[in-house]
Design a binder for this molecule. Structure first.
Ligand SMILES: [Zn+2]
Length: 168
């Protein structure tokens, strides 16, 4: 039993932590890391956390923009991607579904980056409500008439007679 380090996410014995402030949250091993590296690891956890929130706020978006100052290519790739997602689909609910309909390229990059790994989220993409309209056959009017009856049916030309008569 111990405490989870905010930086490396590892459970460490209590004696690896100090009493208050950052010492209480970050283990002894991580506190030995160069400051820039520790900041990068903490910021990585922080921005991954944004994706778990119900909504990514404007404040979070500002924070994502501020983190452009961290000098690390992999971090910047992740940060840029999360920022794009935050701007287009800040809400967690149906986020991937929304992107699968409108931003397939961005969704693919999120998949490649491993941002969509939770089973529920992956299931969301299989939702039958998500319909790829580009895969629909081309409809023309005669198909429509065949299915629903012609809208230009001569017996139905009097629009008044086809209106529903409400008895009050
Ligand atoms: Zn640690």
């Amino acid at each position: 039993m111990g405490r989870y380090c905010d930086c490396c996410g590892t459970e460490r014995p209590y004696e690896n932590f100090g009493g208050r402030g950052q010492r209480a949250r970050i283990c002894r091993e991580c506190r030995k890391l160069p400051k820039a590296e520790r900041q990068r690891i903490l910021a990585t956890g922080e921005i991954y956390g944004f994706l778990d929130q119900k909504n990514i706020s404007q404040k979070n978006i500002d924070r994502l923009k501020d983190l452009a100052s961290i000098d690390n290519e992999a971090f910047q790739a992740l940060r840029g991607l999360i920022l794009e997602i935050a701007m287009l689909a800040p809400r967690k609910r149906r986020r991937w579904k929304l992107l699968s309909a409108n931003q397939k390229d961005l969704l693919q990059r999120a998949v490649d980056m491993g941002l969509i790994e939770d089973d529920c989220e992956a299931d969301e993409l299989e939702d039958p409500e998500v319909y790829d309209f580009t895969q629909m056959p081309d409809w023309n009017e005669s198909d429509f008439d065949e299915m629903y009856g012609s809208t230009t049916d001569p017996e139905n030309t009097n629009s008044e007679s086809s209106e529903i008569d409400i008895p009050f």
